[in-house]
Design a protein around this ligand. Structure first.
Ligand code: CP
Length: 324
């Protein structure tokens, strides 16, 4: 008698999609769905909560780049859904013996039900996804995209304003190398009436492929940042980190300095929020942390319920989410 291996679970797509690789994978309605389910999960995602939605399933976490929030919140999200997590560490793995990342990913697929992958090479996560049958979530691929970051950024904005339309968003800093702003501009561009101002030093423009009709770029001397923000009157200031790790080693960064501090807060509207994907280095002064408009850590907290929603959807559990 032949064993009949059941591969049906690998057909656990969400709306015909196996993977979440970038914001173009999601329609406006699907983003709204993620936000709706995240909101339903929020009261159930407190520390100590445990749901049974992903019981018996294993998430494999493979990060070829450093991470604090993404790796930890995906693990916490999977545990809260009742599933398990296996973390792959490159250091000490057979990559040190010369095994390729492709063979590594194809091997990891054998042990889990979904993969969450970060890699420094743009497009690499899509390439890995094409090699495996299980869902793959892009946790950041070089200077390309970070879609789950954009989803929880959008959830944070929705929680604050009750809408994702007709907003004025200033995205500030080194946009050329910053993947969360690529994904955020793409995501917010799907919603009506938004105006996104990219405020960056010359040479650090948003790459054209992430731009859309909502986006207007203002290349400025960053010493004038506060004056520009005062004129724009944004609802959201989204601050980015200068990703030196992706910049040519000899690039002169002295003209790239910018900081959001108490002087910046003084020119912003009273209901304007300041966001940052974190980690921050020097671009947000800690002196603003006590201002209730600085919501970076509340934003980080939202990664939990949004990643729970994403994992449940891409593991084929939308019916369970509908019952929440
Ligand atoms: N925002 C973010 O992706 O943080 P980590 O790099 O710490 O995961």
């Amino acid at each position: 008698m032949f064993l009949n291996f059941n591969t049906a679970k690998y057909a656990s797509m969400w709306n015909g999609k196996k993977d979440l690789l970038g914001m173009n994978d999601l329609s406006k309605e699907e983003i709204e769905g993620v936000i709706r389910y995240s909101s339903a999960l929020e009261p159930l995602s407190g520390k100590g909560s445990k749901l049974g939605i992903c019981r018996g399933e294993i998430l494999i976490s493979a990060f070829f780049e450093p991470s604090t929030r993404t790796v930890t919140s995906f693990a916490a999200a999977m545990h809260t859904l009742g599933g398990d997590v296996q973390t792959f560490l490159e250091s000490g793995s057979s990559i040190e013996k010369g095994e390729t990342k492709e063979d590594t990913i194809r091997t990891l697929e054998q042990y889990g039900d979904a993969l969450v992958i970060r890699d420094s090479d743009p497009g690499s996560v899509a390439r890995y996804a094409s090699l495996v049958k299980v869902p793959v979530i892009n946790a950041g691929d070089g200077i390309n995209e970070h879609p789950t970051q954009a989803l929880y950024d959008m959830y944070t904005i929705w929680k604050q304003f009750g809408r994702l339309t007709n907003l004025r968003i200033a995205v500030v800093g080194g946009l050329k190398y910053y993947r969360p702003s690529n994904s955020l501009v793409m995501g917010l561009g799907k919603f009506e009436g938004n105006k996104i101002f990219g405020i960056c030093p010359p040479g650090l423009s948003l790459s054209k492929q992430y731009s859309n009709g909502c986006y207007e770029e203002m290349q400025i001397n960053m010493t004038h940042l506060n004056e520009v923000l005062e004129k724009i009157k944004p609802d959201v200031v989204y601050v980015t980190r200068l990703k030196k790790e992706y910049m040519p080693p000899n690039e002169d960064t002295k003209n790239y300095f910018y900081v959001v501090d108490n002087k910046t807060m003084a020119v912003l509207p009273q209901n304007c929020i300041v966001m940052h994907a974190l980690p921050r280095v020097w671009e947000i002064n800690t002196e603003i942390d006590s201002d209730p408009r600085a919501i970076m850590f509340k934003q980080a907290r939202h990664s939990l319920q949004v990643r729970m929603a994403v994992l449940a959807l891409f593991l084929g559990h939308e019916d369970e989410l509908k019952k929440l």
